[in-house]
Design a protein around this ligand. Structure first.
Ligand code: ARG
Length: 467
């Protein structure tokens, strides 16, 4: 509604209004906008800038408006309803116009000592605060599912990969816990972002501050924020808090996308390491046998869009002179899109992963049939005093020999081992066992059952859950 067109004789051109209106997007800030306005009028009354009874009437009316919008009852005053002097171009003006419609002149006091510039900056920070809490819960939810799977399959050994080539045996639980760690850093990024975001720009007004004796700290306190954004120009000019949030979303999506990719591979007929519950897979419109991992693919696909949101925001901001520029209105679509997409992806991943079943026999088959234990040969020689690089070369020679004979490491006769290095003895065959290989790992954070057990216990503690 409003953009008060007081110095204008002509109403805003209809197409210009449609082009510049952000109401369809920023209406999702209505709760934050009302929360901010309530704190603002409360402070105005405390400071005797407006009468206490006016503040009371405004507060009551704002609460009613919130309920009207909550229940879908609010019909925002039509653009131009005031004879073309006001344009309903964003949620801030729409709520103010509704307020004035409800309580008349008193409502017109709300915007004292405030500009939409500090108002929108506040609304966005309040939105970030809500979002960060939601992300925290969603990340914890997915971590819990991953840890419970890791626990359920804690004895399963799988081939670990580098370059998507079989590398060394690892515990499936260790692989899953790697994602839990990544998600923990994502959680930390959201929490860290909130530390900087939870400050109030209110009182900065358009850019220069206000002549009224506002108490910026008081309105910040009323909102439960940690303080104010000190410099009034900075307070209305930057959107770095949003960008940090979207950047944390982008990183979270990157992690989810890799987990999705692992799943897509694992459930393929080529790998058959796992299945996803039917409720989370789809069929094909032509091939009756298909059971596709669409949810995982969509998470992977949506990641691209969230990256796009980040680039969009960075690009909107990069050339703007201080202070506010209308370009900044374009910040909300990428912000909401990134947050909604990341939240939905975290949620579906948790639900879908709950239905994932791993197939231990398939892992065993694949462990038997490869050179995954070649590193063990080198380490064996090192333990017998051979320098690592020499041991590595000799282990390589063993692999070449086996490849030539089309046999596995365990099938190669001791004579051939000894032809390569005399330090190979009969006990080499006991080393050539995935379970022994895992137990041999001594470094902290390794895939040894002892270390993975320790990590599982730690995560159960952190997540407050016994699996
Ligand atoms: N809808 C605007 C936005 O989101 C609100 C701020 C408008 N301020 C202004 N000076 N036109 O950016």
């Amino acid at each position: 509604m409003t953009r008060p067109r007081s110095r204008f004789r002509a109403p805003l051109n209809k197409e210009a209004l449609a082009f510049s209106s952000s109401l369809a997007v920023d209406k999702w800030l209505y709760r934050e906008d009302i929360e901010g306005s309530i704190a603002h009028v409360t402070m105005l009354a405390q400071q005797k800038i407006i009468p206490a009874n006016a503040a009371r009437r405004i507060r009551t009316a704002l609460q009613q408006i919130r309920r009207e919008i909550d229940s879908g009852r609010l019909r925002l005053p039509a653009p131009g309803a005031d004879g073309g002097r006001m344009a309903a171009d964003d949620i801030h003006m729409a709520i103010e116009a509704r307020l004035i419609e409800k309580i008349g002149e008193t409502g017109k006091m709300l915007h004292t000592a405030r500009s939409r510039n500090d108002q929108v900056a506040l609304d966005e920070r309040l939105y970030l605060r809500r979002t960060m809490k939601e992300m925290h819960a969603l990340l914890r939810g997915l971590q819990r599912v991953l840890v419970s799977k890791a626990h359920a399959y804690r004895d399963v050994i799988m081939p670990g990969y580098t370059h998507l080539q079989r590398a060394q045996p690892i515990l499936l639980a260790h692989h899953l816990l790697a994602y839990v760690e990544m998600l923990e850093r994502d959680r930390g990024r959201f929490a860290d972002c909130l530390r900087r975001a939870a400050r109030s720009p209110l009182g900065a007004a358009a850019l220069a501050g206000t002549p009224f004796p506002v108490d910026r700290e008081a309105s910040a306190r009323l909102l439960g924020l940690d303080g104010i954004v000190e410099n009034s120009i900075d307070a209305v000019s930057d959107r770095d808090a949003l960008i940090e949030c979207v950047s944390a979303c982008a990183l979270t999506m990157m992690h989810l996308s890799r987990l999705a990719e692992d799943l897509v591979l694992w459930v393929s007929q080529e790998w058959r390491f796992a299945t996803i519950g039917e409720a989370f897979t789809t069929g094909s419109s032509i091939m009756p046998q298909k059971q596709n991992p669409d949810m995982a693919e969509l998470v992977r696909g949506k990641t691209g869009r969230v990256y796009g949101d980040l680039v969009a925001l960075l690009t909107v901001m990069k050339g703007l002179p201080l202070a506010y520029n209308r370009d900044m209105q374009e910040d909300k679509e990428p912000l909401f899109d990134a947050v909604d997409t990341t939240a939905a992806s975290l949620s579906i991943m948790a639900r879908m992963f709950q239905t994932v079943r791993f197939i231990p026999s398939r892992f065993e088959e694949e462990l038997r049939s490869d050179f995954l234990l070649a590193t063990e040969l080198a380490d064996y020689l090192v333990r017998k005093g051979v320098a690592f690089r020499t041991a590595y070369m000799h282990a390589g020679a063993v692999v070449r020999e086996c490849a030539g004979r089309r046999c596995s490491l365990t099938d190669l006769p001791l004579k051939q081992y000894r032809a390569i290095n005399k330090k190979f003895e009969a006990d080499i065959y006991t080393v050539l066992n995935p379970r022994v290989s895992l137990r041999q790992k001594k470094s902290s954070g390794s895939t040894s059952p002892a270390e993975v057990g320790r990590a599982l216990r730690r995560w159960s503690r952190v997540l407050g859950h016994s699996f």
